[in-house]
Design a protein around this ligand. Sequence first.
Ligand SMILES: Nc1ncnc2c1ncn2[C@@H]1O[C@H](COP(=O)(O)OP(=O)(O)OP(=O)(O)O)[C@@H](O)[C@H]1O
Length: 733
Amino acid sequence: MSSPAFAASNPPLSTGGKRAAAKAGAAKKDAAPAPDAASKKAPSPAQQALQKMGLTRDIDLALHLPLRYEDETRIVALKSARDGETVQIEATVTHSEVQLRPRRMLKVTVDDGTAECVLTFFSFYPSQQKTMAVGARLRIRGEVKGGFWGRQMMHPAFRVAGGELPTALTPVYPATASLPQAYLRRAIATALLRADLSETLPPGEQPPLAQFHGQNGLQPAYDLRHALTFLHHPTPDVALVTLEDHSHPAWQRLKAEELLAQQLSQYEAKRERARLRAPVLKPQPGMADLTQRFLDRLPFGLTAAQQRVVGEIRTDMERSIPMHRLLQGDVGSGKTVVAALSAVASIEAGWQCALMAPTEILAEQHFGKLVGWLEPILAPLGKKVAWLAGAQKKKQRAEMLALVESGEAALVVGTHAVIQEQVQFKNLALAVIDEQHRFGVAQRLALRQKLAASGMEPHLLMMSATPIPRTLAMSYYADLDVSTIDELPPGRTPIVTKLISDSRKDEVIERIGAQVAGGRQVYWVCPLIEESEALDLSNATATHEYLSEMLPGVMVGLLHSRMPTAEKKAVMELFTAGVMGVLVSTTVIEVGVDVPNASLMVIEHSERFGLSQLHQLRGRVGRGAAASACVLLYSVNDNGRLSDTGKERLRAMAETNDGFEIARRDLEIRGPGEFLGARQSGAPMLRFADLEQDVLLLDWARELAPRMLERHPVLAARHVSRWLGGKAEYLKA
Ligand SMILES: Nc1ncnc2c1ncn2[C@@H]1O[C@H](COP(=O)(O)OP(=O)(O)OP(=O)(O)O)[C@@H](O)[C@H]1O
């Protein structure tokens, strides 16, 4: 294995031109990078660039891995270089001249004894021209092109020949304009020597690395130091493809360690929570029949899956350890009634419950349902359901706040308004968060802290209609208990999904007319044009006008997020009551809207939507007994084609109605960062491991983490701090 000092000891080849000269100059000025050293001098642009990229600690630099490698370990004969191959040669300059036509350029002919090659530079310094004077012996690296004029290289890197050849491949790092490669190479080489890379895995707890055969048929033993040193400076005999596809054991070792850090931090969070106290929610005397009274009034019986998850939640809440549970279920699987029964459990025990939803429409709908279900059984106890939202009249808000503070409000439903400072609960025991991935970590924490003043934590129930694929649940949500409603209420007919070209829009409109005439209702969703909300709205408005014109006698409504709250509310009421036949909307109806009589969903420009989003939208129909359909209108681009991902998404929608399968495919298409929306919430994501590919390593980490915390807490703490540093834990809260 080569020495990491290699990069520092080899002067970089100059590439000629102003930028390269500027880079080389910058590298010289910053010749002794020591990002960790306390320096009183103002940081150089390169040091600032390092900071900007988050490369502040030695370990961060050590973990900044090459994008690719260059092979400077060999000198090849020009004659053997193939067209398009990047090679390193040593050759003598036989001719050098500056040409002025068709533009100013330096043409240098070199000969290595096997063949000639012409080097061309469009920008160059006099000093570089001098280095390439006739008779000079140069080491040159570049891409060989064979053309009419013979072999050519454009702007190759060069320097005076001589000096030892490196024994390892040269790393090329992700960098920025103000961070020259040469500087980064030196900084990383130094950091690799200085960083504490000592073993943190307990003895005998090695990850299952893929079987690779080393030179002698033996598997090299990798610890972190070996793995990193190798990945920064691999020996030239390595199969580059194993580095590129990250299957090399050195890569695997890194991924295993990263996954272990993630698991340790999640298990630690879980253990920390186990030390906190939460109210023990057992029915108070005289309240014990609240649940029964609730069930008696419900117009349907619970499915077996609903009963099971209610049992899981209630068991959690009877313990003094705060519940931290995710309730997941496909669209329309009946999560709201489970949330209501959880609320009843906390009310029965004499405590308050809060339910927070990401949009006002959704919160309002929950409120309507919960009032209908709960007020008749709460009224005899002198309790109420309170409503809190941003757009609320001052007087009403003050009344609601008083209800919450006095405890008269047994349940509080609302939007983000629920976590505002003025909201003082008397005794909050359960916080239910709908569509939890739409809230940031900070907001979830704020809700939990609503009780923290009393020295206790509320139980937390998070709901999601986008099921979290198994691998994500095992990694990012390892500290979460998961309840799954894996059954739809009886009597539902599967939704039929049809892909129809935009050019057949009028046929679709005809079908809408027929649906409405049959007493059914229809949603028409217009796409979100991210760059322009104004355009977005004008599009929805135009569609609204067009449909109104095409469907005389049908009430066509319009709903978008910019409308005043009262207007939105009025439109939703008309649609929910079945008076309005067609609702044209932007994606504001995406989550949770529940109008069982709606049986046709049309999504315009469906190729622009994400997969989970399409599934959510489709889930607005098929919520009653009637057969429902979803029409995905698509339009092709100027070349008459759909983009590949667009096609992939629409195909997935047509193929399956299963939310779990959709989520799996969505994760595949978008990757975990986008899928979890974690980029927005700023939570650290896995950098090296790939959950789909590295399931074996994930299993290893999951299995080891609790044992390591138990038996080797010091190693565990060192491991987590090395990998996560001062950063927040992976999606904690
Ligand atoms: N066990 C059941 N039997 C019959 N109908 C049910 C049952 N449970 C719920 N429902 C009804 O099914 C519909 C969907 O329920 P709900 O709105 O709770 O679904 P959800 O899981 O929240 O879906 P989404 O994520 O799409 O909002 C509602 O009209 C609800 O009243």
